[in-house]
Design a protein. Structure first.
Lengths: 261, 261
């Protein structure tokens, strides 16, 4: 993984398990997705951030690229069935149709698992849709790359740690706040950043569960807690909002929507 | 459907088809999800709103409730396999584990389709996870209700039309705007609403594709285009933003997170 190239991997079945593993010390860091360019924010992981005393220590934008994967030596013409997660199958709908003939699509629990399935069963007339990495892991061949209909498909991941970091160079800071529901609340809270020329890179409102018409606001800004103006902005925010939780400052990743070479 | 109780239904395979059907006059209205309380906004449908000349004419908050469905007369103890969309299976993970014994889960293309599958194949030792409506459609029985681990699981739907409506009573208005990327842009744009005591019910930023560091802001406010103060707020917004598109005013639905009786 780009965020921790040297790390030993410990796969978890659920996002909850990732947070637990880091919180309880079984792992030093965890990596979870928080946002996809097509599907939007993954609120579940924002909820888990609120439930745990962990920090965001990094971010990474991963381009989602679906490959058509089969046994080595198998040609496209021999494929009769394609296995994958229904979401991946849906994201490749037009590309699959453009193959020119009907191929049966079969849903699977996950994308990498569908590669394992055709590998283990020795199904030479089937293919799977998954990442290039999955093809490598199961020693299978890539028949087609970039099968996704929407090429601007990115997922933003965050890295979790038990201790905050102090980023060098360009930094981003993530936080959540809430306040008494009244017109202008958000406006007053944002003045803390606008009056100090602090640039925002994300804002999203989310209803507070069980409290009608009250909202959490998730906000990312460009800057680090090590900067005095950012500290002053947070002081003002704490004055205007009833709840503020800072998830940490971390090195800023390049924009997800800048095309890779 | 709660939004159009009298309407004849015309199911579409994709969201694109819903927008096309309304835009080309094949249907009077379309209904698409825009937001889920766990998964977040469905950006795809905001993109489609931008691509079509349609209006939002209504909204509805639907509680997502997963049922365990089997053939009538079948008891829970007889179930050996459960079919559903992997996302529904994941959302019921803890409930399924609480059944006390291992039941194989098998991924399917969609939830309702998994009910049809066990109905058509006559699989009496299998169940499906889907809505109560799907059980009714295929004349199957509900073994368990509210199987979802997270009970606060709501999806917000919007109704689309070719003509705008003028809502009576409490109204909501949805729009999107963008502006030159500079600190304070959002703050200045929000002043249009804050200075007129107009309450916001949703705000979300989204990168403008292909233009690094520029954002669209999706915003809902409480009020109608028929009100002069709202018109004046939009005038000011147009002065501060470089792009504004109003999707329409419509009757406001009750809060999604208010528990139903």
């Amino acid at each position: 993984m780009a965020l921790f190239p040297e790390a030993e991997m410990a796969p978890c079945a659920t996002f909850d398990e990732v947070f637990e593993a880091v919180a309880q010390g079984a792992c030093d860091h965890g990596v979870v997705p928080v946002e996809n360019s097509l599907a939007g924010s993954i609120h579940r992981n924002y909820d888990l951030l609120l439930q745990h005393d962990l920090y965001i220590v990094g971010e990474h934008n991963l381009r989602v690229s679906h490959c058509l994967i089969a046994h080595p030596g198998v040609r496209l013409e021999e494929i009769k069935r394609i296995y994958s997660h229904p979401q991946a199958l849906a994201q490749c709908e037009h590309s699959l149709r453009a193959l020119g003939r009907h191929i049966e699509t079969i849903p699977a629990h996950d994308t990498a698992g569908s590669v394992r399935l055709i590998a283990e069963r020795g199904e030479r007339d089937a293919a799977a849709i998954a990442s290039a990495r999955a093809a490598k892991v199961y020693q299978m061949a890539i028949l087609r790359e970039g099968l996704e209909d929407e090429k601007n498909n990115y997922t933003r991941f965050i890295a979790l740690g038990r201790e905050p970091v102090t980023p060098q160079g360009e930094a981003k800071t993530s936080l959540v706040f809430a306040g008494r529901n009244e017109p202008g609340l958000l406006f007053r809270c944002l003045s803390a950043f606008a009056l100090r020329n602090i640039d925002l890179s994300k804002i999203e409102s989310r209803p507070v569960r069980g409290v009608p018409w009250e909202y959490f606001f998730y906000l990312d800004f460009i800057g680090s807690l090590a900067e005095e103006r950012c500290q002053r902005a947070l002081d003002q925010l704490r004055e205007m909002a009833t709840f503020v939780r800072v998830f940490g400052s971390y090195p800023r990743a390049r924009a997800a929507w800048v095309e890779e070479e």
